[in-house]
Design a protein around this ligand. Structure first.
Ligand SMILES: Cc1cc2nc3c(=O)[nH]c(=O)nc-3n(C[C@H](O)[C@H](O)[C@H](O)COP(=O)(O)OP(=O)(O)OC[C@H]3O[C@@H](n4cnc5c(N)ncnc54)[C@H](O)[C@@H]3O)c2cc1C
Length: 216
């Protein structure tokens, strides 16, 4: 299946032409994003928590402390909604009403399960580390038994998903185009600056290439 079926759950109703359902578009957003917002309901109270994620095939993995309330809820098999958002621009229209943003966002739905198997946990540790910086897993000290045991990893198999993408200029009302007001788009990019060596770094250790040339 290269595309998620459009259902009542994932079909973009507001501005439907911005909706996309193919895995390629959705997973490119998921993989580029550094943050995932996890939506879940506990006793009628909704929560939305930011966290780190990684995708392997059609599964999203989250990790955290054993006592983590969100992960405890997810590993019990409950439903969650995951959102990844990338901002590409701020859209300045002539009217306040038509101000907007250019963005690529993904909304994913699925139920959780826990990853108990030691080897599988390691695969996820590796994928999470590589998701943040390709090459880091080989360099860094691997998790020891204690660190592995005190970390909960949950998997969410993606059952349904959508992407919503806005590009282009402001969509002002026709009569507003003659107004003497500046309009345009401010492009937005996540910027990675030069890394700062740890103050306890040994002199002989040099910055790895994947840090010097870090980009997403
Ligand atoms: C950076 C950013 C800023 C935004 N600002 C605003 C704002 O100020 N006001 C506003 O009304 N909307 C804004 N949106 C759009 C917003 O995310 C919703 O799409 C919109 O509010 C419609 O909500 P709804 O509940 O009517 O969605 P519906 O269209 O009813 O949602 C149905 C289904 O469509 C899919 N869907 C909806 N929205 C998205 C999405 N953004 N990404 C992926 N899938 C989606 C989901 O699967 C959802 O379950 C913004 C989006 C982004 C990414």
């Amino acid at each position: 299946m290269s595309e998620f079926p459009q259902t009542e759950l994932n079909k973009v109703k507001r501005l439907p032409k911005r909706g996309q359902y193919d895995k390629k578009t959705i997973y490119e957003i998921v993989d580029e994003a550094l943050i995932c917002h996890v939506g879940f309901v506990l006793e009628d109270q909704p929560f939305v928590m930011p966290t780190i994620h990684v995708r392997i095939d059609d599964t999203i993995y989250l990790h955290g402390a054993v006592a983590n309330r969100m992960l405890t809820h997810i590993k019990a098999g409950n439903s969650v909604c995951l959102t990844m958002t990338l901002i590409d621009g701020i859209v300045f229209a002539r009217s306040v009403f038509h101000h907007s943003m250019n963005y690529r966002s993904a909304v994913l739905f699925g139920k959780g399960r826990v990853i108990d198997n030691y080897d599988e946990k390691w695969d996820v540790f590796k994928a999470l580390t590589e998701h943040i910086a390709k090459g880091r897993w080989e360099d860094a000290r691997k998790p020891n038994k204690h660190e592995t045991n005190i970390t909960t990893i949950v998997a969410i198999d993606v059952e349904s998903a959508s992407a919503k993408v806005r590009t282009g200029p402001a969509n002002d009302d026709e009569e507003d185009y003659t107004l003497p007001i500046w309009a345009g788009v401010m492009p937005v990019q996540l910027q990675f600056n030069e890394s700062i060596d740890d103050e306890r770094l040994a002199r002989e250790i040099h910055t790895p290439e994947y840090i010097k040339n870090y980009k997403r």
